[in-house]
Design a protein around this ligand. Structure first.
Ligand SMILES: [Mn+2]
Length: 345
């Protein structure tokens, strides 16, 4: 499979007139930020999630990031036209014979190429912002980050557990399996297209927040592996402020470490973020959604972020609205800003 990258290098000379913000992170090289667009949709079955990176950028993502004092040095796109539902290749039978998993070859190769970019970006100590695409792309962004930063801590914000394996998944969709890959639970299946995954997360490196929909056997896997889960129930009981303190206590137990935020937009209540493929009621409200990103930015340990599962074709009664004033695209842009240091006061 041929993957082509488009690198757009920008000169930073016009940035010196901007007030240099305070140090972004001890784990970063100043205010350097690399953007990776991962328009991948084959991890699930709704057309349109691959359109999100383009629409986020058309709605001012780069300008917004630069206004916060970041210097966007690289803007790379994984050319994954063959990974979209509207491509002819997507119409071939998806399921691997004898195994309940869809498009492992295509997604393994896409994530491998994304991992190369992610590792390189982390080697450069640039903040690495990856725009999905469905959540399968986190195998690449985090799998690559772990090659450069084996000690990475991950905050996974999601409505779902994303811990399924072929043995527990009702659908075979890889966007429900990225944490099983990153936790090393997929090694038993020996998928050659994922053999580049070398470093894995341990239970002390991962916190899940906002969860409210877990498949029954997936839940058993998660408990056995020992993942820290803060479901919507805990957020209701303790408030998001207490939950974020607990999450930091877990991740910083042995001292500071670089952090990665993997933000699935479906963690947010569909009332606020309707344009996504697997909606679940009872999610994060608008301020809770932001508070998570703001708190992590405040730690100064954040080195990367995924923003995934925005599907601009969904959630609107009037399709004419989908590419312009899309509420979910707007909230996605705002979450990136919060994670990159935007403050109310
Ligand atoms: Mn997810």
């Amino acid at each position: 499979m041929k993957i082509v990258y488009f690198f757009l290098f920008k000169l930073g000379f016009h940035h010196h007139n901007r007030a240099m913000a305070d140090p972004k992170s001890a784990f970063l090289n100043g205010n350097t930020l690399n953007l990776i667009q991962a328009p991948v949709a084959l991890g699930q079955d709704c057309e349109g999630v691959d359109e999100a990176p383009g629409i986020l950028i058309a709605n001012g993502l780069v300008q917004q990031v630069e206004a916060l004092g970041w210097n966007v040095v690289k803007n790379s796109v994984i050319d994954s036209h063959h990974l979209r539902w509207n491509s002819p290749e997507a119409n071939v039978p998806a399921r691997q014979p004898g195994l309940n998993i869809k498009f492992p070859l295509e997604l393994g190769e896409a994530c491998r190429d994304l991992a190369v970019l992610s590792k390189q970006s982390h080697d450069e100590k640039a903040f690495t912002l990856t725009l999905g695409g469905d959540h399968s792309i986190a195998i690449g962004s985090i799998g690559g980050a772990l090659l450069a930063r084996p000690d990475l801590g991950v905050i996974w914000v999601d409505a779902h557990g994303d811990f399924n394996t072929p043995a527990t998944s009702p659908s075979g969709h890889i966007h429900g399996m990225p944490l099983a890959f990153l936790a090393g639970l997929m090694k038993q299946y020996q998928l050659p297209s994922f053999d580049w995954l070398k470093n894995f997360l341990g239970p002390d490196q991962l916190v899940l927040i906002g969860i409210r929909s877990i498949d029954p056997e997936e839940k058993l896997l998660m408990k056995k592996w020992g993942v820290h889960v803060f479901s919507m129930t805990e957020i209701d009981r303790d408030g998001i402020g207490v939950i974020m303190e607990k999450a930091k206590d877990i991740l910083f137990k042995s001292g500071n470490r670089p952090l990665h935020l993997s933000y699935d937009i479906d963690a947010i209540d569909p009332h606020f973020a309707p344009s996504t493929g697997t909606k679940v009621r009872g999610g994060l409200n608008y301020r809770e959604a932001h508070y998570i990103a703001e708190t992590l930015a405040e730690t100064k340990q954040l080195v990367g972020m995924d923003l995934v599962e925005i599907n601009p074709r969904l959630g609107y009664l009037d399709p004419a609205l989908r590419s312009e004033k899309n509420l979910t695209v707007e909230i996605g842009l705002e979450l990136v800003a919060s994670a990159l240091g935007k403050r109310i006061y």
